[in-house]
Design a protein around this ligand. Structure first.
Ligand code: TXA
Ligand code: MG
Length: 304
């Protein structure tokens, strides 16, 4: 795939919005770092973010919206969070809050969690893009998995060139450090990731939950889960893949992007079903399959 770089302009934003509506991720600068943005309500588009980054596991992504009002349609912000939002939005502050049931956010964005990280960025390019698309944008930092964040279009090109269609170039990011992440729990603010904004939130005591994706319990269904199931017992809800049909199928055509997009939804469905156990068909350890299998192994791991 050829990666185009377009300097920021109304036309460039219109083209980026067209690609995002078609389900493609696009790199766009924010005031912190360049983000790789996709429509947060489109599960396949979100799966493409992981595919482009080559992320070995699904970490929850930050949802970018244009205003506090829009944020409140997606998450239930507590009083301390609202005060912080009024003081610092638009700006490099991410608030983690309970996801509203009617949010329309794809479950791959939150990696199946019942909370969501949200921020209202101040940078003109990402603001213009959110408005042009008309949907919230999920965006991790625009770099290949395991490499450092990008603060210039040329960093994005070096890291993701050939893997994405478009980079909007609006010069170096003014901030360069990822947003401060804060969560409100029991009326108190906790700092999940230090960043440009000092909030007075207490740092996490004990191990930081910087990547809740790494905690097996966040993803584990309530039922035992069996991997590599080429058939299923009568008491198992079978999640299929490809020709192994199952009761529901990650992707009938064996498409890993589609499988990633459906993964958390199907795990929820299996957990809610009448069957006391879950079985999952084998998924090849290729491309996005590695991330899917990472999540499935965590879901199958014995509970602590
Ligand atoms: O400045 C930034 O925040 C940049 C720009 C692009 O907005 N984005 C960014 O995204 O740094 P990323 O994916 O590289 O880091 C997101 C962090 C991860 O550490 C993730 O675990 C945390 O946000 N996060 C997202 N949703 C969360 C949630 N529901 N609970 C706890 N942490 C969450
Ligand atoms: Mg990152």
């Amino acid at each position: 795939m050829e990666t185009r770089v377009l300097p920021f302009s109304d036309g460039a934003i219109a083209e980026a919005a067209r690609l995002i509506r078609a389900g493609e991720p696009v790199a766009v600068p924010t005031e912190t770092v360049y983000g790789l943005a996709a429509d947060a309500t489109n599960p396949k588009a979100v799966a493409r973010i992981y595919e482009a980054k080559g992320r070995p596991s699904f970490n929850p992504l930050i949802v970018h919206v244009s205003s506090l009002e829009e944020a409140r349609t997606l998450a239930d912000l507590g009083p301390a969070s609202l005060a912080l939002a009024s003081a610092h939005w638009p700006g490099p502050l991410t608030l983690v809050a309970p996801l509203r049931r009617d949010s329309g956010i794809a479950s791959l964005v939150t990696a199946g969690l019942d909370t969501v990280g949200i921020r209202v960025p101040s940078h003109r390019a990402v603001q213009a893009l959110i408005r042009a698309v008309g949907h919230p944008l999920a965006a991790p930092s625009a770099n290949a998995s395991g490499s450092i964040s990008s603060t210039r279009a040329e960093h994005v090109l070096r890291s993701l060139g050939g893997r994405i269609g478009l980079v909007i170039d609006d010069g170096p990011c003014p901030g360069g450090i990822e947003s401060t992440i804060v969560v409100e729990a029991d009326g108190k603010l906790r700092l999940l990731r230090p960043g440009p904004i000092t909030t007075g939130a207490e740092a996490e005591s004990g191990p930081r939950i910087e990547s809740p994706g790494q905690l097996a319990s966040h993803y584990a269904p309530s039922k035992p889960l069996r991997l590599d199931a080429t058939d299923a017992a009568a008491d198992e809800y079978w999640i299929g893949f490809g020709p192994l049909a199952g009761q529901s199928n990650l992707s009938e055509t064996g498409d890993l992007v589609q499988a990633a997009a459906r993964l958390f939804d199907l795990l929820h469905r299996a957990d809610r079903s009448q069957k006391p156990r879950i079985a999952v068909a084998p998924v090849p350890e290729l491309g996005l399959g590695a991330a899917i299998n990472d999540r499935l192994r965590r879901a199958a791991a014995p509970r602590q």
